[in-house]
Write a protein that binds this ligand. Structure first.
Ligand code: FES
Ligand SMILES: [Fe+2]
Length: 346
């Protein structure tokens, strides 16, 4: 059965981490579209449809000649705007010889791509994650988990963190996460969903006990900000129990971890699960780096395994299923509603 998920078009999506794209030709499927990326001599990322207009050969399997791409099959040559500038055996270049160029914007160490045929919305509308920038004052570990499940399943998962208690027990989950009610706020105007869970006297999960060295109970805040459809941020504040942020000035008695996800559909039923974990402590501590990346990779894998299973069940059972939602699902339901709105507008 054909999936009925809808990927919002005419949107900016994260296509890659900036450091994934260099001089070599790089391929990635975004929202079902095969795209080829490269960094030109000036350091700017360009993106073109990854199919030669002649006989469809992937340009990502071709060669660069300076900032030109020479098809690896018969040599059609394109400039970085996708215009064909040479064909073999004749001087006349067919008028339709052009591959689609994609608008691209790089900021905060992420490469964004515009998917859709409408004029791109201004790059100033792309959400920011300044802690990911090289000079952002945070140490970031990151990876990309291939997920064989649709965008909406990952979104459900991230918008409701009560699953931490059950799916991630022994890592980041403690009883208080599931027990503490959330507040959900939808800023329709700005298109942002905020879900907060403030635990004022909570058990310190092993992940944070080991990394912060806090001995005993903690004040643990989780403040999600989701910018549909792609960028998800979780501002996590960990402090000894009772230590709240000062009325003004830096919150230096607390530890801050920014957990960022970019949820980019690969196809209707698979997703690029970009995850980044940034901390404002333990800079230059290689042991802590490997601890953070290993723990987070294991947590992400627990989600990936669960969501892959759900996608398999959708394929096996069909999509019709009467879900039952409760208070913990408020954020996810709000997110689905905004995604639906984006789909209707596209
Ligand atoms: S397929 Fe590219 S030149 Fe023939
Ligand atoms: Fe999770």
């Amino acid at each position: 059965m054909a999936p009925t998920t809808q990927i919002p078009r005419n949107q900016w999506y994260v296509a890659a981490y900036g450091d994934e794209i260099g001089a070599s030709l790089f391929a990635r499927t975004i929202c079902g579209e095969p795209v080829m990326f490269f960094r030109d001599a000036g350091g700017t990322v360009s993106a073109l449809a990854d199919r030669c207009v002649h006989r469809r050969f992937p340009l990502s399997k071709s060669n660069r000649d300076g900032d030109k791409i020479v098809c690896g099959y018969h040599g059609f040559t394109y400039d970085k705007t996708g215009a064909c500038v040479a064909v073999p055996g004749q001087t006349r270049i067919p008028r339709t010889a052009r591959v689609k160029p994609y608008p691209v914007h790089e900021q905060d160490s992420l490469v964004w791509i515009w998917i859709g045929d409408a004029e791109p919305s201004p790059v100033s509308s792309i959400p920011r994650a300044p802690w990911l920038a090289a000079d952002g004052g945070y140490t970031t570990l990151r990876a990309l988990a291939p997920l064989k499940a649709r965008h909406s399943l990952l979104l459900d998962n991230l918008m409701d963190l009560s699953h931490e208690t059950y799916l991630h027990g022994g890592y980041i989950g403690t009883p208080e996460v599931a027990e503490t009610p959330i507040t959900t706020e939808v800023d329709e105007e700005a298109g942002i969903i905020r879900v907060s869970r403030h635990m004022d006297d909570a058990e310190c999960p092993p992940f944070y006990a080991k990394s912060t060295g806090i001995d005993g109970r903690i004040t643990r805040w989780q403040d999600i900000e989701y910018f549909p459809p792609c960028l998800y941020t979780l501002h996590s504040r960990i402090a000894p129990a009772g230590v709240l942020p000062p009325a003004s000035g830096p919150d230096s008695d607390a530890f801050h971890v920014e957990i960022t996800y970019a949820l980019t559909p690969e196809t209707e039923t698979s997703t690029h699960d970009f995850w980044m974990v940034s901390r404002d402590f333990g800079h230059g501590d290689a042991g802590m780096d490997s601890f953070f990346s290993q723990m987070q990779a294991e947590v992400v894998q627990q989600d990936v395994d669960a969501l892959n299973l759900l996608e398999e069940l959708i394929a096996a059972d069909g999509e019709a299923y009467q879900e039952l939602s409760i208070n913990i699902d408020t954020g996810a339901l709000a997110a689905r509603r905004l995604i639906k709105k984006l789909n209707e507008a596209a």
